[in-house]
Design a protein around this ligand. Structure first.
Ligand code: PRP
Ligand code: MG
Length: 212
């Protein structure tokens, strides 16, 4: 019998809540995260622990069948991947921020400026739509440090509590999009796997209702 392969974030803010919702729908995985793959007990599911940014490609290729992932990551690189369910946790927004001391009167102020980000497609789309040209510097983490070390004039990154912006003396000036964790599905899914997914989705809906 085939198993549904579900990807979750290996480490990071989504991991804990992802494992919790799986637990709440009766999918128990008791091995440590050191193993990159684990089977659920009594349910035809395998969980893969992956890097966030790699998950969209795995979904596209059908290497995994479904994933619990931030909607923002799908928007950045998940063309063609369906969202089966919004999960209501790990809410955040993708924002542009500048140093507190910078005078900011609107997007036009970013013309010709250097913006550090891990979400180049998202920022480029947003700037293009608004007719602004800027130079993007792609970095994969600790983006908020960039203005302080002279690497960029602004940043575009995820904001949740706002504490990272605050600690790095930055102020939020534009909100590009809002995001939350979602159940994403590979475009390549066999019928028997679709049936397992349907069961999971049904259980998720009940759990989310109970959480309201
Ligand atoms: C994420 C994100 C922001 C921060 C936002 O970084 O990239 O920096 O969290 O959360 P906050 O508004 O609650 O402070 P993370 O700590 O996951 O590290 P990384 O950027 O180095 O991957
Ligand atoms: Mg960060």
């Amino acid at each position: 019998m085939s198993k549904l392969r579900i990807a979750v974030q290996k480490a990071g803010r989504l991991n804990e809540d992802s494992m919790q919702i799986l637990k709440d729908i009766g999918i128990n995985i008791d091995n440590g995260k050191d193993q990159l793959k684990a089977s659920a007990k009594g349910f035809p599911v395998e969980v893969f622990y992956l890097r966030n940014g790699d998950i969209p490609q795995y979904l596209k290729d059908g290497v995994v069948d479904a994933a619990i992932i931030g909607e923002n990551v799908l928007i950045e690189k998940g063309n063609g991947i369906n969202i089966a369910e919004k999960l209501g946790f790990s809410t955040c927004r993708v924002c542009i921020a500048v140093p507190k001391a910078t005078k900011y009167n609107g997007l036009k102020d970013l013309e010709g400026k250097r913006i550090a980000t891990s979400y180049p497609n998202t920022v480029r789309d947003y700037l293009d739509k608004n007719g602004v040209n800027a130079n993007l510097h792609i970095i994969n983490g600790s983006v908020e440090i960039a203005p302080n070390i002279g690497l960029a004039d602004a940043i575009c990154d995820i904001v949740s509590s706002g504490s990272t912006l605050f600690k790095n003396n930055l102020k939020e000036v534009e909100t590009i999009l809002k995001s939350e964790a979602v159940l994403a599905v590979s475009p390549i899914l066999s019928e028997d796997k679709q049936a397992i997914l349907d069961t999971i989705q049904f259980r998720i809906k009940s759990v989310l209702k109970g959480r309201q």
